[in-house]
Design a protein around this ligand. Structure first.
Ligand code: GLU
Length: 495
């Protein structure tokens, strides 16, 4: 039997949680769940300068919202903790020491001023900026004495001077890099805290990670990771670097400006924004799952359960994926229509409340079927059905005038409609609609002309859910009052 799968999502709390992180977490989660493996959440907070307070909470909120759970992590604990890298300082130092003692790393005492000078020099000479190896050439015993004396230093990895390394990405195959092109990267900073490259490799090993599924921004330092693993003599996990996201035009990555522009259009690359903008987590999951993975060439609707069944690493696609917000809207519509009425109502409610409506659940439950087919995002709901939760509506008198009609004709038509509606023992779709159609004919009007007047009168808006169903929900008494008021407005506007 092969080893059980252990995967991890290892974000750095350095900013907002975007689609890329959501997708990486999702794929890891799916793979763990479908193989019966473990999913670890590890917070890679070694870069204290870039630490953003609140970022971790946003991350956890985002993952919860998407429906992603982990088996081990800072909040849930587990046998491989601590799960904050800043709490694993000594572990990295021990490992760094081991590397130094075994000739795979060395202390470097160069000051940042000197390094900067070397860099400028190299740039001037059209060389790739890299560490020039000064401290690499120090006698190890001397270096050790200087370290023991407390001299400020970093630990650098010692890339073998000759040869090459081959690392394997499951999606891209073997990647071979000449050692001469690699830099002696810093593993431990002068404050004693390890950098990502050492910390992640050590943690993945100690936590028993079998598959590293991560963003492709780590491809460039992947050979270094291969070297570190080799130096320790550790088995290499399977590495998978996911595709990068491009902006909707497909030209380059989303910039800060693109992100702001998208937000103006009601779109966002940040997970917590998506919920505010009225997207369902189901849609966000479906959408992100398909950015870099496909099941076949036509299936596009996936729930989390579908994905748990159908996801596979083999079908991941390393080609860059352009972010397509139209697709997100499309998926949102599909998933909205996949929800039971009660469920959809429960999700719409907060948007109505936020828009200032006092929501009556029985009305909401009757209204939701009327808009279910039309909604693209939940935040549109107040515009569609807000009028159902108001005592009165306030149409503009010019909106009450029927198409190609005068105010007076419109008032007359509304008066006739009022009489008919008043006469109904009960106002329902079945009782009202045929009579209103008949009335339109009697008045020599298109049904749409009359309905348009009544729609604005009753709902206060030109676009609304189906008119007679809406009337049914509002109730006869209120409908009559609204029509009466509309007549008055039309008459007044005609004076
Ligand atoms: N901390 C890294 C990041 O934020 C994780 C990279 C990895 O998964 O190895 O992207």
């Amino acid at each position: 039997m092969s080893k059980p799968v252990v995967v991890r999502f290892a974000p750095s709390p350095t900013g907002r949680t975007h689609l890329g992180s959501g997708r990486t977490a999702l794929y890891n989660y799916l793979y763990a769940r479908q193989t019966g493996g473990r999913f670890i959440l590890r917070i890679e907070d070694t870069d204290q300068k870039r630490y953003v307070p609140g970022a971790e909470q946003e991350l956890i909120d985002s993952l919860h919202w998407l429906g992603i759970q982990w088996d081990e992590g800072p909040d849930v604990g587990g046998p491989n903790g601590p799960y904050y890298q800043t709490q694993r300082r000594e572990i990295y130092q021990q490992h760094a020491r081991w590397l130094v003692e075994h000739g795979h790393a060395y202390a470097c005492f160069c000051t940042s001023e000197r390094l900067e000078k070397v860099r400028q020099e190299q740039i001037k000479n059209k060389q790739n900026p890299r560490y020039d190896g000064t401290c690499r050439r120090l006698d190890p015993a001397t270096a050790e004495q200087r370290v023991a004396a407390g001299e400020r230093h970093v630990i650098r990895f010692k890339i073998p001077p000759e040869g090459a390394i081959t690392v394997r990405d499951q999606l891209r195959g073997d990647i071979r890099v000449e050692n001469s092109s690699l830099d002696d990267m810093i593993l431990v900073k002068s404050d004693g805290l390890a950098l990502y490259h050492l910390a992640a490799i050590v943690d993945d090993h100690l936590m028993g990670v079998t598959h590293v599924i991560r963003g492709s921004e780590w491809l460039s330092t992947f050979p270094l990771h291969g070297h570190i693993l080799q130096a320790f003599g550790w088995e290499r996990p399977v590495f998978i670097h996911l595709s990068i996201f491009l902006k909707p035009s497909g030209k380059g990555k989303m910039s800060k400006r693109d992100t702001a522009e998208a937000m103006k259009d009601g779109h966002s690359i940040f997970i917590t924004d998506l919920s505010q903008l009225g997207y369902l987590p189901e849609a966000a999951v479906n959408w992100t799952a398909l950015m870099g993975w496909s099941y076949d060439d036509h299936t596009e609707f996936f729930t989390m359960n579908d994905l748990l069944e159908k996801f596979s690493l083999e079908k991941l696609n390393p080609a860059p994926a352009a972010i397509n917000f139209t697709k997100l809207d499309h998926f949102n519509g599909l998933h909205i229509r996949n929800l039971a009425i009660e469920d959809l109502a429960r999700r719409i409610r907060p948007f109505l409340e936020q828009a200032g409506y006092r929501v009556d659940d029985s009305i909401l439950l009757r209204a939701v079927p009327l808009i279910r087919e039309r909604l693209v995002t939940l935040d549109e709901a107040p515009r569609w059905i807000g009028f159902l939760f108001q005592d009165e509506v306030f149409p503009a008198s010019e909106d009450l005038i029927g198409s190609k009609m005068t105010a007076q004709d419109s008032a007359n038509a509304a008066r006739r409609a009022l009489v008919v509606l008043q006469s109904l023992p009960e106002l329902t779709l079945q009782t009202a609609e045929p009579l209103m159609r008949q009335l339109a004919e009697e008045l020599g009007l298109q049904a749409g002309q009359l309905f348009g007047i009544l729609r604005v009168a009753v709902t206060g808006q030109k676009v609304s859910p189906p008119l007679f169903e809406s009337m049914e929900i509002i109730g006869k008494e209120k409908v009559l009052k609204r029509v009466e008021r509309a007549i008055k407005l039309l008459v007044d506007s005609n004076r």
